[in-house]
Design a protein around this ligand. Structure first.
Ligand SMILES: O=C(O)c1ccc2[nH]nc(Br)c2c1
Ligand SMILES: O=C(O)c1ccc2[nH]nc(Br)c2c1
Length: 161
């Protein structure tokens, strides 16, 4: 059983994430989308909300499941007998940091990192940018699933009060 983990903060999930997850699901028997639960960082959505949105976004992918993890990704991989980490690459600028993380992770555990180039239409996409645009009333339709856009608008309106 060839498993892969697709880690991230997914705050919130974007169409770029879904693109990468879908392609990983074609390559591996099972894909675990692992949401990093890191208390210290302030996020717009809670870990549960982020996992719920991911589960909804990946509902059509039968070999994909969503989980949360704290601490080291490589420890999570060892506990779940996962040998591959799948990350999306949007542009050359991603590569330097991702290469460093991949080499560190391979030194910590028997795990390889597989890079999936994102579809060009999503190469500008990041959760942080989507939130910023939505914060200023920009239309993020087409960048995130509609149900995510709706939750984003509601949450940002709550924040403004
Ligand atoms: O959501 C994130 O923070 C995040 C970061 C980096 C990432 N690389 N590939 C994916 Br999918 C991904 C997701
Ligand atoms: O949303 C992010 O922060 C983020 C970061 C890095 C990423 N690489 N590939 C993808 Br899709 C991706 C998404």
């Amino acid at each position: 059983m060839r498993r892969a983990v697709c880690p991230g903060s997914f705050d919130p999930v974007t169409n770029g994430h879904i693109d990468v997850i879908g392609r990983a699901a074609e390559l591996f028997d099972e894909v675990i989308v692992a949401v990093g639960v890191n208390k210290s960082k302030n996020r717009l959505f809670s870990p549960e909300e982020r996992m719920d949105m991911l589960a909804e976004a990946c509902r059509g992918m039968s070999n994909v499941r969503v989980d949360g993890f704290t601490g080291l990704l490589t420890s999570y991989c060892q506990e779940r007998d996962v040998r591959a980490i799948v990350k999306g690459l949007r542009a050359v600028s991603d590569f330097e940091y991702e290469l460093q993380m991949a080499q560190m992770n391979s030194s910590l555990a028997e795990v390889e990192t597989v890079f999936v180039p994102t579809s060009p239409e999503y190469s500008f996409l990041a959760s942080s940018l989507v939130k910023e645009v939505a914060m200023f009333g920009g239309d993020v339709s087409g960048l995130v699933p509609d149900f995510v856009r709706e939750r984003l608008v509601v949450r940002l309106a709550e924040r403004r009060r």
